[in-house]
Write a protein that binds this ligand. Structure first.
Ligand SMILES: Nc1ncnc2c1ncn2[C@@H]1O[C@H](COS(=O)(=O)NC(=O)[C@@H](N)CO)[C@@H](O)[C@H]1O
Length: 423
């Protein structure tokens, strides 16, 4: 959410962001509501001042004047009892609208209503030319006994998977490889819960807009987070950190849960889009400084590109459009990795900078050396998400005999140079 002062002083810039992000927020209603809140606040403050003055005067008054003043005090109390709840109602309505205000996108973002306006900015590596008919990842898994989609459906329902033998070990090796890359980059490794509270989902931005993507547990007592970002972003909620404690740089491995509501019919086969997956997440909470945020954005992006290069996978870098990046984003860059069986790139990483949009929602603040309190800036990125990346690894690195080569960088983690059929 944006700072109401910023909105008052820059209504046209906010209106432009609403337009660029294709939002339906009624800015004029928000500004009117803000005026009403300000006016009513001033009225209440005047009445409170009168009540205080009247109480002081009553204490010093002659007995014969006191009764009238006490009566006046009761009248003022009745006025306040009526106006204060009105103010609270108006403030709650204003806050709901503020929750829907967008971060202004950076000037380099392609302007457009959806992902068709995203722009490819860089390509790394070339899709392999196979000298034999390659198999898709499901066929490779079936051929080698590396999974069991039928039994997964039996035990867990749709969009589920079971990994077996070398492929199961390979997933664990990849997650540890990605975690080590994050630790080498100086990020603090964390394992965080996937069970999260509603306020953490509001602070992240998942709520209220995309509630339907999240599984509720115990009727909403807790929820299953779709990404560790939700938990990491709420770790310091309500705290006031010292500037010297910043930046907080976390990496977290956690199971992620998504209902994929609205994805019916898309990627229904295999490992691409499932209800439960694993992800090593990158998260940074830094001071409210655009240069610093931009530096962290580049750092986080280069870590993920380094991981894809170490996995010897062809990928491309995508600058995400204003209409596709979502409400809170200042900038979003996705990495898309080549899928031979689809003859196209598919998203495997998503890097975002949100300035203080999440910090305002979560109450993430810090005190600078002069004692002034600021909302922090937050960023997040994917280090590695499985099993989706297994689609690309199996298909790009397959041999004619159906075995699959393990990239050199991961061999120490996996223990072998190839994935071999299960017994
Ligand atoms: N339903 C899913 N099944 C498998 N992998 C998924 C699914 N949803 C997302 N992912 C993987 O998780 C990555 C990050 O998801 S994201 O929503 O784009 N972004 C985030 O979650 C951010 N916190 C950055 O990681 C995606 O790029 C993709 O690789």
């Amino acid at each position: 959410m944006l700072d109401i002062k910023f909105i008052r002083e820059n209504p046209e810039a906010v209106r432009q962001a609403i337009e660029k992000k294709g939002l339906t927020l009624e800015l004029d209603k928000l500004l009117e509501l803000d005026q009403e809140v300000q006016t009513l606040k001033r009225t209440i403050e005047k009445i409170q001042a009168e009540r205080n003055a009247n109480a002081k005067a009553a204490a010093r008054a002659k007995p014969e004047e006191r009764a009238a003043m006490i009566e006046r005090g009761k009248e003022i109390g009745r006025q306040l009892a009526e106006l204060e709840p009105q103010l609270r109602t108006l403030e709650a309505q204003l806050k709901q609208l503020l929750y829907l205000t967008p971060t202004l996108p950076w000037e380099g973002a392609p302007v457009g209503p959806d992902d068709s306006f995203n722009v490819e900015t860089r390509v790394h590596g070339n899709p392999r030319t196979f000298l034999f008919e390659p198999l898709d990842h499901v066929a490779l898994m079936e051929k080698n006994g590396w999974g069991d989609f039928e039994r997964a459906a039996k035990v867990s329902g749709s969009r589920s998977y079971i990994l077996k033998g070398d492929l199961m070990v390979y997933e664990q090796a990849l997650l540890r490889f990605a975690l080590d890359r994050m630790i080498q980059a100086g990020f603090t490794p964390m394992s965080v819960p996937s069970l999260t509270k509603e306020e953490a989902l509001y602070a992240h931005g998942q709520f209220p807009a995309a509630r339907d993507q999240v599984y509720a547990v115990d009727g909403g007592e807790v929820y299953l987070a779709g990404t560790a970002e939700v938990l990491l972003n709420y770790l310091h909620a309500g705290e006031i950190l010292a500037e010297t404690e910043l930046p907080k740089t976390y990496c977290a491995l956690s199971p992620c849960f998504r209902s994929e509501a609205g994805s019916a019919g898309r990627d229904v086969r295999g490992l691409m889009r499932v209800h439960q997956f694993n992800k090593v997440e990158q998260y940074v909470l830094c001071k409210a400084d655009l240069d610093e945020s931009n530096r962290w954005f580049e750092t986080m992006l280069s870590i993920s590109e380094g991981i894809l290069q170490a996995l010897e996978l062809p990928y491309r870098v995508i600058e995400v459009s204003t209409g596709d990046m979502g409400l809170g984003k200042y900038r979003q860059v996705d990495l898309e990795t080549w899928v031979p069986s689809e003859n196209r790139y598919r998203e495997t990483h998503s890097c975002s900078a949100l300035l203080d949009w999440q910090a305002r929602r979560a109450g993430l603040r810090y005190r600078d050396e002069r004692g002034k309190i600021h909302y922090a800036y937050t960023l997040n990125n994917t280090a590695l998400a499985t099993p989706r990346i297994l689609v690309m690894l199996l298909e790009n690195h397959q041999n004619e005999d159906g075995t699959v080569n393990v990239p050199r960088a991961v061999q120490p983690y996996f223990g072998k140079e190839k994935l071999e059929p299960s017994a």
